[in-house]
Structures are given as structure tokens and as C-alpha cells.
Ligand binder design. Structure first.
Ligand code: FAD
Length: 310
């Protein structure tokens, strides 16, 4: 039996998390196949073939995959699943939509957001907004899971896997792709950025959020993040919400600016290597997870810090 990893990409490039998922997939010590779904996506399949540890790339190339919908991708995986003991992907919004459907059709458990994989199909997962780690075991014949990329090293890019075309089932007609709204930015993607600058509700408005945090993020080459309170207040777009119901990040450096440090926020950033917090309340919970804390008014501290950076 083999392990199947669903590869995500943006039409031009494989997402970084795929390499982390491939390295997690080595746990079972069996051949690892990478599934690339797309349209006119030969280039992506070639990139996928270079990921170390991948023995074969399955390439599903069809017009319905120009904008892949979970309905079509899960239908495709349903046709492949009998050949695999393990089907997995990095824990992203897309795979969270696809793989539970596959698990339901296969009649097995879906194991999401795995932090570590142990022998006998035991998995470490975070519960209670990341405050407790639990170990679960699946005795199902087939394992279907998503893994948190930051917990596994990235596979290198020295591979030379075979690429095999797979046949694609008829498109699912009850759902169709209409449009997509993407934020185009020169900045690094939030979930793979080495530095993240996040702001909270205390920024006070969308204009101040941008005016204060953008220059700092620019100087640090950082991605911008936000708390849910800042997103709900309309200061920042939903896509950059960090936390339990947002994106999980684990950068080298995380700046929390005017962020209280609610557990639902820290659940999405506490794996960051170094956390710097600026908050005017010395008792703010964010200081419990911060390596460096500055008790100050952010409207003074952030411009000073930005100016001090060359
Ligand atoms: P606040 O709690 O209002 O904190 C503002 C902070 O800014 C305070 O600590 C204050 O001291 C400080 N401050 C104020 N003025 C200044 C100043 N001038 N200078 C410096 N510091 C200042 N939240 C998330 O972030 N992500 C999630 O994914 C998420 N998911 C949730 C899921 C559920 C089911 C629930 C119930 C909640 C969730 N939340 C999430 C919300 C979370 O509980 C908090 O409400 C939210 O994180 C608070 O955001 P905040 O820190 O911006 O705001």
C-alpha cells in the first residue's frame, strides 16, 4: 500500500506546506504519491516531481480543475482511494474542505490538524484552543488526515519522481465556481512568512491599522496578521485573521501589537519562535506567551520602532 498526499498550488507554484506534508507522509515508510489537480498544470506536476520522498506524481488535468472545487477533487480521490492506506494533506482551508468528504464516503474517521504522528496510527492533536494536547488512535483500515505544516520539516527539492496522468470523473454539476477574491501583495504569504506583524482592535480604525502596521511590516519583510476583534471591526480583511478560527502561523518572529492575547488568538501563533508584544496593559495575557514585552502605548511605540529600523 502507499500514501497519497494531496498537493495544493496557486496555478503557478506548489504551496510550501506540501513539502511539509510529504515529509510527514514518510512516517509510514511506504511509497508516497503526490496528487496534483489542475488544468494546464504540467508545470506544477513537474515541480511536484522534484519533492524529495515522492515516488510518483499523479496528475489530474481537466478543465473543471482550473478552479478546483472540493466536490470535484473529493470525487476524484474517491476513485483512487482503494489503492491507498493513508490519504493526507497539509491542514489548509482547501484540504479541510476536501478530505472530510473523502473520509465520509470511505466510512472512516477524519483526523484533522495533526501535530505529531506516532506508531500504530496514534496522532497528537490540539484541543481547547491549543491548551491541551491529546493523543488519539485510529483503528480504521484507512487513515485520512491533515497535518499542521509547521510541525514537520519541509522535504527538500532534489527528487525525480515519475509523473502519471490519472483519469478524471465527470464534473459535479450542482456546484460551480463563480469568482474568487484574492489580495495581491508583494508581501510573503501569512501562513509561510518568517515574520508576522499582527494588530488588534486597539488600532482603532482600518486607516490607523494600515498606517501604523504597514510601514513596520514593510521594513521587516513581514506578512500582516490581525485578531478576530480587529477583523470584526472592519480594520483588517478576514483572510489575515490569526487564531483558532483563522490562520495558524509559526514564524521566526511574531509581533503582537495591541493584542490582548486571548486563547483563541494565541492558539494560532504560540508556536512562533520569538514573540514580541506591545501592549499598554502590563497584565495583558499576551505577555505570558511573549519572549519580549513592551508596556507602552502602541501609537508611540510602533512609529518609534519603525523609524529605528534601517
Ligand atoms: P481586545 O481583547 O479588545 O484587546 C485589545 C488589547 O489592546 C488590550 O490588551 C489592551 O490593553 C490593548 N491596548 C488598547 N489600547 C492600546 C494602546 N493604545 N497601546 C497598546 N495596547 C493597547 N480571536 C482571534 O484573534 N483569532 C481567532 O481565531 C478567534 N477565534 C475565536 C473563536 C471563538 C469561538 C471565540 C468565542 C472567540 C474567538 N476570538 C478569536 C476572539 C478572542 O476571544 C478575542 O476576543 C480577540 O482575540 C481579542 O482581540 P484583541 O486582542 O484585538 O482585542
Amino acid at each position: 500500500m502507499s500514501t497519497l498526499v494531496l498537493a495544493e498550488h496557486n496555478g503557478q507554484q506548489l504551496h510550501n506546506e506540501v513539502r511539509h506534508a510529504v515529509s510527514a507522509a514518510q512516517h509510514w515508510g511506504q511509497p508516497v504519491h503526490l496528487l496534483v489537480v489542475g488544468y494546464q498544470s504540467e508545470q506544477i506536476a513537474k515541480q511536484a516531481a522534484t519533492v524529495d520522498g515522492v515516488t510518483e506524481v499523479l496528475h489530474a488535468n481537466a478543465p473543471q480543475f482550473e478552479h478546483p472545487l472540493a466536490e470535484d477533487v473529493s470525487k476524484l480521490i474517491d476513485t483512487l482511494v482503494t489503492d491507498y492506506e493513508v490519504v493526507m494533506a497539509a491542514h489548509t482551508s482547501f484540504s479541510r474542505n476536501v478530505l472530510p468528504r473523502v473520509a465520509a464516503v470511505a466510512g472512516v474517521a477524519m483526523i484533522s490538524d495533526v501535530l505529531a504522528i506516532h506508531p500504530d496510527n496514534r496522532y497528537v492533536r490540539a484541543i481547547y484552543a491549543g491548551n491541551v494536547h491529546t493523543t488519539v488512535q485510529s483503528r480504521d483500515a484507512k487513515q485520512i488526515l491533515t497535518v499542521r505544516g509547521s510541525k514537520f520539516t519541509a522535504a527538500e527539492l532534489n527528487g525525480q519522481a515519475e509523473i502519471t496522468a490519472v483519469s478524471v470523473p465527470e464534473p459535479f454539476t450542482k456546484t460551480r465556481w463563480i469568482s474568487e477574491s484574492r489580495i495581491e501583495s508583494d508581501r510573503p504569504a501569512l501562513n509561510s512568512a518568517k515574520v508576522v506583524v499582527s494588530g488588534g482592535r486597539s488600532l482603532g480604525s482600518a486607516e490607523k491599522f494600515d498606517a501604523l502596521l504597514n510601514p513596520l511590516a514593510e521594513k521587516l519583510g513581514a506578512a500582516l496578521g490581525a485578531t478576530r476583534a480587529a477583523v470584526d471591526a472592519g480594520y483588517a480583511p478576514n483572510e489575515i485573521q490569526v487564531g483558532q478560527t483563522g490562520v495558524t502561523v509559526a514564524p521566526e518572529l511574531y509581533f503582537a501589537v495591541g493584542v490582548s492575547g486571548a486563547v483563541q488568538h494565541t492558539a494560532g501563533m504560540k508556536d512562533s519562535r520569538i514573540v514580541v508584544a506591545i501592549n499598554q496593559d502590563p497584565d495583558a495575557p499576551i505577555f505570558q506567551v511573549a519572549d519580549y514585552g513592551l508596556v507602552a502605548d502602541l501609537f508611540d511605540a510602533v512609529p518609534s520602532l519603525t523609524n529605528a529600523l534601517s
